[in-house]
Design a protein around this ligand. Structure first.
Ligand code: C2E
Ligand code: MG
Ligand code: MG
Ligand code: MG
Length: 287
C-alpha cells in the first residue's frame, strides 16, 4: 500500500510533522491553486416537500476535489477558507456554478427545482452580495424565485446597515432567504422580525434525537409553530430514519432533507436519481 501511494505518503507525513503555521500556509496555497484550477465541485442533496411527497429542489454543497486527498467535505477546509478570505472567490464560484447547473437542469426539463446555496458571513463583510447575486442571475438566466440563499444566524445577529441593505436588495431580486442551522447559534429572535426571510432550517442535532428525547421533540415542534405563525416555511435537515420523517410530517414540517432520501451526490448522480424516482412513481401510480 505504501508503495502504491508513492511520493504522496511521504509528502503528507512530512506535512504532518511541520509546525502548524507552515501546515496552514501550505494548505492555503493548495486552496489558492484549487481555485485557479477549478478543483471544486458541487454535490446536490434533494429537498423533499412533505405534503406532496415530491422533490422540490436541492441544496448545493461544496466539495474540494483534492489531488492527493480525494473529495473533501467543507469541514476539512471551510475554516481556513474563511480565515484567509479565500471563501469570497470560492463562494462566488459556488453561486455561479449552482445557477449554471440549475439553468441547465431547467433547460433539460427537470424540475422546476429550487437550488439552495450556502453563503458565508465573510461575503457580507467583504463583498456586495446583492450585486453579485444580481449579476449571477443575469448571466445564468436562472429564475430568481428558484434560488434560495442559506444564511447563518451569525450574519443576522451581527448585522449593520450594510447587511440590512444587502438583505433587502436580495429580497427585491426575488430570491428567497433561509436561516440555516436554526436553533444552534443564538437565542435572539429579534432578527427574524427584522429581516425579510422565507425559511427556517432546523438544525440536524434536534432531528437526530427526535425519536428518543422529548425535549428535542418539544424544540422541533416549537420551531415549526414559530415559523408558521411568522409565515415562514420550516425545513428539517439530517433526516436519517423513517420514524423521524413520520414525526416531522405529523408536526407539520414543510420540507425535509437527509440521508434517508439521499446523501449529497454529484450533479449527474442527482439527475439520474431524480429520473429514476419519477419513473418509479409513474409506474406506481399507473398500477
Ligand atoms: P449545512 O448547510 O447545514 O448542510 C447540511 C450538512 O449536513 C451537509 O454537510 C450534509 O452533507 C449534511 N447532511 C445532510 N443530511 C444528513 C444526514 O441525514 N445525516 C448527517 N449526519 N448529515 C447530513 P456538508 O456537505 O459536509 O457541509 C457542511 C457545512 O458546510 C454546511 O452545513 C454548510 O454550512 C457549509 N457549506 C457547504 N457548502 C458550502 C458553500 O458552498 N459555501 C459555504 N459558505 N458554506 C458551505
Ligand atoms: Mg445549508
Ligand atoms: Mg444546515
Ligand atoms: Mg447543519
Amino acid at each position: 500500500l505504501a508503495k502504491s501511494l508513492g511520493g504522496n505518503t511521504v509528502r503528507f507525513f512530512a506535512a504532518d510533522m511541520a509546525p502548524r503555521a507552515t501546515q496552514r500556509a501550505q494548505m492555503e496555497g493548495e486552496l489558492r491553486d484549487a481555485l485557479k484550477r477549478r478543483d471544486f465541485v458541487l454535490y446536490y442533496q434533494p429537498l423533499i416537500d412533505l405534503r406532496r411527497n415530491a422533490v422540490i429542489g436541492a441544496e448545493a454543497l461544496l466539495r474540494w476535489s483534492h489531488p492527493q486527498r480525494g473529495v473533501l467535505a467543507p469541514g476539512a477546509f471551510l475554516g481556513l477558507a474563511e480565515e484567509s478570505g479565500l471563501i469570497v472567490p470560492i463562494n462566488e464560484w459556488v453561486l455561479r456554478e449552482a445557477c449554471r447547473q440549475g439553468a441547465q437542469w431547467r433547460g433539460a426539463g427537470l424540475g422546476p427545482l429550487r437550488i439552495a446555496v450556502n453563503l458565508s458571513p465573510i461575503q457580507f463583510r467583504r463583498q456586495q452580495v446583492g450585486e453579485l447575486v444580481r449579476d449571477v442571475l443575469e448571466d445564468s438566466g436562472f429564475p430568481p424565485d428558484l434560488l434560495d440563499l442559506e444564511l447563518t444566524e451569525g450574519i443576522l445577529i451581527d448585522y449593520d446597515e450594510t447587511v440590512t441593505e444587502q438583505m433587502h436588495l436580495l429580497r427585491s431580486l426575488g430570491v428567497s432567504l433561509s436561516v440555516d442551522d436554526f436553533g444552534t447559534g443564538y437565542s435572539s429572535l429579534n432578527y427574524i422580525r427584522n429581516f425579510p426571510l422565507h425559511r427556517l432550517k432546523i438544525d440536524r442535532s434536534f432531528v437526530k434525537d427526535l425519536a428518543n428525547d422529548p425535549r428535542a421533540l418539544a424544540i422541533v415542534r416549537t420551531i415549526i409553530d414559530l415559523g408558521h405563525i411568522l409565515n415562514l416555511q420550516v425545513v428539517a435537515e439530517g433526516v436519517e430514519e423513517g420514524a423521524q420523517l413520520e414525526t416531522l410530517r405529523a408536526e407539520g414540517c414543510d420540507e425535509v432533507q437527509g440521508y434517508y432520501f439521499s446523501p449529497p451526490v454529484p450533479a449527474d448522480v442527482f439527475a439520474r436519481w431524480l429520473a429514476q424516482r419519477d419513473g418509479e412513481r409513474a409506474v406506481a401510480s399507473a398500477d
